[in-house]
Ligand binder design. Sequence first.
Ligand SMILES: *[C@@H]1O[C@H](CO)[C@@H](O)[C@H](O)[C@H]1NC(C)=O
Ligand SMILES: *[C@@H]1O[C@H](CO)[C@@H](O)[C@H](O)[C@H]1NC(C)=O
Ligand SMILES: *[C@@H]1O[C@H](CO)[C@@H](O)[C@H](O)[C@H]1NC(C)=O
Ligand SMILES: *[C@@H]1O[C@H](CO)[C@@H](O)[C@H](O)[C@H]1NC(C)=O
Ligand SMILES: *[C@@H]1O[C@H](CO)[C@@H](O)[C@H](O)[C@H]1NC(C)=O
Ligand SMILES: *[C@@H]1O[C@H](CO)[C@@H](O)[C@H](O)[C@H]1NC(C)=O
Length: 352
Amino acid sequence: MGYEMRVYGWIAMTILVICVSPCLSLEETNGGICNLYEGSWVYDESYPLYDSSKCPNIRTELDCLKYGRVDKQYLKYRWQPSNCNLPRFDGKRFLTNFKGKQIMFVGDSISRNQRQSLMCLLRSAVPEAKVIKQGMDPFINYTYSDYGVSIIVHHTTYLVDIEVEKIGRVLKLNSIKNGNIWKNMDVLVFNTWLWWNRSGADKPWDYIQIGDKIVKDMDRMEAFKTALTTWASWVDTEVDTNKTKVLFQGISPTHFNGAEWNESGTTCANETTPMKGSTSSVGLPPASYVLQDVLQKVTKPVHLFNITALSELRKDGHPGDHTINHHIDCVHWCIAGVPDTWNELLQALIIN
Ligand SMILES: *[C@@H]1O[C@H](CO)[C@@H](O)[C@H](O)[C@H]1NC(C)=O
Ligand SMILES: *[C@@H]1O[C@H](CO)[C@@H](O)[C@H](O)[C@H]1NC(C)=O
Ligand SMILES: *[C@@H]1O[C@H](CO)[C@@H](O)[C@H](O)[C@H]1NC(C)=O
Ligand SMILES: *[C@@H]1O[C@H](CO)[C@@H](O)[C@H](O)[C@H]1NC(C)=O
Ligand SMILES: *[C@@H]1O[C@H](CO)[C@@H](O)[C@H](O)[C@H]1NC(C)=O
Ligand SMILES: *[C@@H]1O[C@H](CO)[C@@H](O)[C@H](O)[C@H]1NC(C)=O
């Protein structure tokens, strides 16, 4: 098979993988194939989907209005895929359809960001619903007891293990010991990247173990790829994908570098509108190519929950300096805000 044939084959497969389950249920417009991730942001007066001041316990770095953000236009964008419509989030339908099921977000603070948005969305739909919280960080289980729906977060920055040994803390690229806790879910949403490029005192490990070798440091993109590959073979050997739907969240983009939107020297801090244009016009962070590469090698069905390009357009979606200690945060996302769209996408993927 020629190179071109293979490339087209991959493109066709990617479209299949992305579209088969979510897209058949969505009404197609414009006569094209529905790719939920290809589209643009449109101004919509009917957004945001909830009043964040009524949602209790939003983590301080995410509650932008409370910490002084005054511009509000960033709350008013709806994601519009090019060839179909994304259904508005419907909390009652979510809980009813997901009755008796469990979803787990496994990953870094971006996973918490999404979990928080999901619970604010549900709260605004069923404010009186009882939520039982069990466990402590890194495992927290929130159960909507009237529906038997559990939303669980496992906070783990690298997915692979960090173990304390005689020499110090060792990041083990070939080891996943938490897998048994993840396995019994109905839906798993993984994510990791933020911590892979940290250095100095900011990194929570002293050595990296790769195979039998222990090293002081290594190329981080290579380390990231090795860990993802460990995760991929865990899925292939351990997960019953007939029972568990596996999603891997695309890299969540950061906006510290104004040059990306032609305003060198600025950060996200004063941004109040999305970048113009559509997902097809923005570049993707290098780590997202590594992720795509590894996911293509998984034999079992896993879905790339491809929020990267659509979030890349949202330079206005971060807290900026509206945080508790006024450090500039162009990593996380305000709530209400962009993660609400991630959850509308999630709803389209997992709720029939
Ligand atoms: C993710 O979506 C973006 C925007 O549509 C696209 O450029 C990229 O190729 C997608 N990734 C995969 C693996 O489909
Ligand atoms: C979460 O809590 C619910 C309610 O107590 C329980 O049924 C469920 O098994 C728990 N899930 C996990 C993974 O601990
Ligand atoms: C990793 O960090 C270094 C130093 O802080 C930075 O120059 C580089 O752009 C980062 N790489 C990625 C892929 O984020
Ligand atoms: C999953 O379902 C398919 C089709 O129904 C079946 O052939 C396969 O054996 C199942 N796999 C497992 C691990 O149960
Ligand atoms: C930045 O400028 C280039 C060249 O003029 C243009 O193609 C691109 O769309 C601009 N990007 C943004 C985000 O405005
Ligand atoms: C945002 O804009 C204000 C007023 O133009 C300026 O004083 C402030 O320094 C800017 N903040 C950042 C973080 O760029």
